[in-house]
Design a protein around this ligand. Sequence first.
Ligand SMILES: Nc1ncnc2c1ncn2[C@@H]1O[C@H](COP(=O)(O)OP(=O)(O)OP(=O)(O)O)[C@@H](O)[C@H]1O
Ligand SMILES: [Mg+2]
Length: 190
Amino acid sequence: MTDMTALATLSLDLPDEIATQTLAHQLAPLAIDRPRDAPADAPPGPAAGGRIHLRGDLGAGKTTLVRALLRAAGITGRIKSPSYALLESYKISNLYFYHLDFYRFSDPREWLDAGLRDIVRHDALVLIEWPERAQGLLPPPDLDVELVYAGEGRRAQLTAFSARGQAWLTALNTPDAASPSPRKPPPGGA
Ligand SMILES: Nc1ncnc2c1ncn2[C@@H]1O[C@H](COP(=O)(O)OP(=O)(O)OP(=O)(O)O)[C@@H](O)[C@H]1O
Ligand SMILES: [Mg+2]
């Protein structure tokens, strides 16, 4: 990661898979610019979109986090891991979601063949696993999420590289600032 200046960082303990999913549920409304108390099928807001890099060893929880984020954003169909296809895409309202996995990426020509240059420029929500395998081809993300094994769980190191990413981290860090009303029970009940 060259020439990238971190604007803010946040470190979180994720003791189990639920904690990883909870982080995704907190990130989703920020990334799709939907008020926290809006119904789950409310359309994305005008500031929706951005690029999130997910780094970490095999099995660290990158796909787990992306899948939970896509679900929380309102994607209802099957969510496949893009390990083989390189790219899976989704759409809600006028917002595109691109989930990429560069684990098997070897040749930059694949990048051009798959039309990926356009994708990272597109006004979309782009979620990239193994971004380091496409180093030099990717612009800095709004947010980098590194997942590190920590005992039975994981530790997440979040780093913002843009004003948008910085705003997301600020919101993650101040969970009650955006919702002055009493906390609602988590969705899924009754
Ligand atoms: N915070 C956590 N603590 C413990 N286990 C977790 C946590 N988050 C996810 N897991 C588990 O770890 C595994 C993560 O698998 P996942 O496919 O998400 O990893 P990945 O980082 O995408 O791997 P790959 O590099 O192969 O794509 C799953 O079995 C999941 O249940
Ligand atoms: Mg994965």
